[in-house]
Design a binder for this molecule. Structure first.
Ligand SMILES: Nc1ncnc2c1ncn2[C@@H]1O[C@H](COP(=O)(O)OP(=O)(O)OP(=O)(O)O)[C@@H](O)[C@H]1O
Length: 311
C-alpha cells in the first residue's frame, strides 16, 4: 500500500512446531483505524507483539514510515504506543504518576512528563481522578489509564489489543470516542477484537485472521459485498434436535451456527431460507419464531471458515 505508515508483509511466528502466525500481511495509514478481527487463538496478539517490536518474527518484514522496524527497534518503539491485553499498572501509585513513569521510560524529561500526563489524563477523561491510585478504579477506568500511558510520548501509531475486555458500557463508549478523536488527529490505529460489532463500528479497514492467516481483508462494505444478496436468518426452535448436516447441505446455505435452541444461518438468498424452514418441518421441528436480518462480519467469517468468531 502506498502512503502506509506501517506495512507488514508475510509475517510468520512459530511456538514450537505450531504456527501462531503463518502468513499475515497488513498495512495502516495515518488517520485510519485498522480492525484486526479473529477468534481466540487466531494470532492477533502474536501479530501485534511483532508489529510493536516486542517479538522477533521468524519471517517476513515490517516497515514503519518506510524504515525496516527491526533495523532500529528503539526508534520504532518511540513512534508506537501499545495498549496490551494484560493490564500493567502500578496499582499503588497515582494515575498521574503512572503516566509520568511511562513518559520516563520513553525518555521524556521531568517537565515534559508532567505536561504530557496532564494532557493525556484530560484526553481519556481521568483528570479529576488523576491523584488517586488505580487500585480503586473500575476495569474501564484502568483501561483508559492504560491508554493514557500509551499516548504519553505522542506516538504516530497506536496499537490496542482487545481494549474493551472487562470494560463497562460507559468507559467503552468513552474509549470509542477517544479513538475516533485520535483518528481525526491523524494517528494510525490498529485495534484487535473478537467482537465484530466493535470492528464494524470503528474500523476503516478490516483484516480477518484465522489460524494465523488472513482470510479476508477490506473495507466493511467490500467484505459484506462478498455475501451480496445474502440474508441472515435467525431461528428459535421450540424443541427437538435439528439435523444440522442436512440443513448445511441445502443449496444456498453458506454458514450455520447453533447456540442452544437458536440457529443462525448465512444464506445466499431467500430461496435458501424457505428451503431451510421446509427442511426443519420435514424433520418434525417447529420454529417458535424466526426473523431475517442483514448479513454481518460474523456471517462472512462463518461462510469463509465454517466456524464462528466467538467461542
Ligand atoms: N508464548 C506462547 N507460547 C506458546 N504458544 C503461544 C504463546 N503465545 C501464543 N501462543 C499460541 O499461539 C496461537 C495464537 O495466539 P494469540 O494469543 O496470538 O491469539 P489471539 O488471536 O490474540 O487470541 P486471544 O483473542 O485469545 O488473545 C494460539 O494457539 C496460542 O495458544
Amino acid at each position: 500500500m502506498q502512503d502506509a505508515l506501517l506495512q507488514a508483509t508475510a509475517l510468520r511466528k512459530h511456538y514450537g512446531p505450531r504456527p501462531a502466525v503463518a502468513d499475515v500481511s497488513l498495512a495502516v495509514r495515518r488517520g485510519e483505524l485498522l480492525g484486526l478481527l479473529g477468534p481466540n487463538g487466531a494470532g492477533k496478539s502474536t501479530t501485534v507483539a511483532m508489529l510493536c517490536g516486542l517479538l522477533p518474527p521468524d519471517g517476513g518484514e515490517i516497515r514503519l514510515g518506510g524504515q525496516a522496524l527491526l533495523a532500529e527497534p528503539d526508534a520504532a518503539k518511540r513512534r508506537i504506543g501499545l495498549v496490551p491485553q494484560e493490564l500493567a499498572l502500578f496499582e499503588t501509585l497515582s494515575a498521574r504518576r503512572n503516566v509520568e513513569l511511562f513518559g520516563a521510560l520513553y525518555g521524556l524529561d521531568r517537565a515534559r512528563q508532567r505536561q504530557r500526563a496532564q494532557a493525556v489524563l484530560a484526553q481519556v477523561g481521568l483528570l479529576e481522578r488523576a491523584d488517586e491510585a488505580p487500585r480503586a478504579f473500575s476495569g474501564g477506568m484502568k483501561r483508559r489509564l492504560h491508554i493514557a500511558c500509551a499516548l504519553v510520548h505522542e506516538p504516530d501509531l497506536i496499537v490496542l489489543d482487545e481494549p474493551t475486555a472487562g470494560v463497562d458500557p460507559h468507559s467503552r463508549n468513552a474509549i470509542f470516542e477517544l479513538l475516533e478523536g485520535l483518528k481525526r488527529a491523524g494517528k494510525a490505529l490498529i485495534y484487535t477484537s473478537h467482537y465484530m460489532e466493535e470492528v464494524e463500528r470503528l474500523a476503516d479497514r478490516i483484516v480477518i485472521l484465522d489460524h494465523g492467516r488472513v482470510v479476508a481483508e477490506g473495507r466493511l462494505a467490500e467484505l459484506l459485498q462478498r455475501l451480496e444478496g445474502g440474508q441472515g436468518l435467525d431461528i428459535e426452535l421450540a424443541q427437538g434436535e435439528p439435523e444440522l448436516a442436512a440443513l448445511q447441505s441445502l443449496p444456498g446455505v453458506q454458514g450455520l451456527r447453533r447456540e442452544g435452541s437458536r440457529l443462525r444461518l448465512a444464506l445466499a438468498d431467500w430461496q435458501a431460507g424457505i428451503a431451510v424452514l421446509q427442511a426443519l418441518a420435514a424433520q418434525g421441528l417447529q420454529p417458535a419464531r424466526w426473523s431475517s436480518s442483514r448479513v454481518t462480519l460474523e456471517d462472512l467469517f462463518l461462510t469463509l471458515t465454517g466456524r464462528q468468531l466467538r467461542d
